[in-house]
Design a protein around this ligand. Structure first.
Ligand SMILES: [Zn+2]
Ligand SMILES: [Zn+2]
Ligand SMILES: [Zn+2]
Length: 306
């Protein structure tokens, strides 16, 4: 029991706070030991590195390093090909320092995203996702979209989709889009579907807004109806309120005035007995609606209220 708390049993490597490996790693200095692996880049350059550092940040590299070798004699060589040599050294730099300059991000952002995905380095992936999202343009959006899908970066993917959707006319003209059409019809289909769904989302929102505004109109009409029948407004009022007393337009006058004209019409329209005209029908609707929602039917002065 006591032994497990004895500092002497803890090795030098783990006396850093294990709950925050990323932060402590940035403070970790390069080990005193000589580099024991070499990273081979596509240009043939070899970048010396420490297996312990690479393995502690990337589980994929750790696996590669631990894999038994056929030819013991050759020094450990890890090929990282398919991306520019400088992107690889920027990647290795990140493994050592958890840092990447803006300049490198600008130049090698897409390569670094790919490397962070392949070698499972989530901190770098997050940095790249954010940086690439900030640098999206009409010209590069299709390329970044493809990469985001390949590298399973949903935030970046969505951001690209939104830009493609909002600027489709321009994106359609880019080389990236033409290439996509020729080489990745499934992604093209996905984009078109996303745009279609986006359109329906827009329509749903519009319909909702229209419903909201209809609801607002009706509820304002209800308020005005009560106000006209209780206090009276400019030209219509209850019998017991002298119309001359109320001449100032109320705060909802545009609705109120229309309603007053409707009430006046309703009072004199000859057609109303036989189903009435459209305006009378409207008046009936409003009276019925009021009656169905009125919370003071006993003292209410609106005609035909329960
Ligand atoms: Zn009024
Ligand atoms: Zn009428
Ligand atoms: Zn009422």
């Amino acid at each position: 029991m006591e032994d497990s708390h004895n500092p002497s049993t803890i090795t030098a490597d783990v006396h850093v706070n294990p709950t925050n490996a990323t932060t402590t790693f940035t403070k970790q200095t390069v080990p005193d030991s000589e580099p024991d692996v070499q990273i081979l880049t596509s240009s043939g350059r070899r970048i010396p590195a420490h297996a312990s550092i690479l393995g502690s940040v990337s589980p994929v590299l750790e696996n590669i390093i631990d894999r038994p070798r056929k030819h013991r004699s050759s020094g450990k060589l890890i090929p990282i090909l398919g991306v520019p040599c400088d992107a690889v050294s920027s990647f290795v730099g990140f493994l050592y320092s958890s840092r990447c300059t803006e300049e490198h991000m600008e130049k090698y952002g897409i390569h670094l995203l790919a490397l962070s995905h392949v070698y499972l380095v989530p901190q770098l992936k997050q940095r790249c996702t954010k940086a690439l999202g900030e640098r999206l343009t009409i010209e590069n959006v299709v390329d970044v979209l493809q990469l985001a899908r390949l590298c399973d970066a949903p935030d970046l993917y969505l951001k690209c989709m939104k830009l493609v959707t909002s600027r489709f006319k321009a994106v359609e003209q880019t080389e990236g889009w033409k290439f996509l059409q020729d080489h990745d019809p499934s992604l093209e289909l996905q984009i078109l579907q996303f745009m279609d769904e986006d359109e329906s989302r827009r329509k749903r929102r519009r319909r909702h807004r229209e419903e909201q505004s209809l609801y607002m109109q009706l509820s304002e009409a209800m308020e005005c109806l009560e106000h006209i029948c209780t206090e009276g407004c400019t030209s219509v009022g209850p019998y017991d309120v002298e119309p001359s007393k109320k001449k100032v337009p109320c705060s909802k006058f545009s609705t109120c005035q229309g309603l007053q004209l409707l009430i006046k019409h309703f009072a004199v329209c000859k057609k109303r007995v036989n189903g009435g005209c459209l305006r009378c029908k409207r008046m009936w609707q409003l009276l019925r609606l009021h009656s169905s929602i009125c919370d003071q039917p006993d003292s209410c002065k609106v005609p035909l209220c329960r």
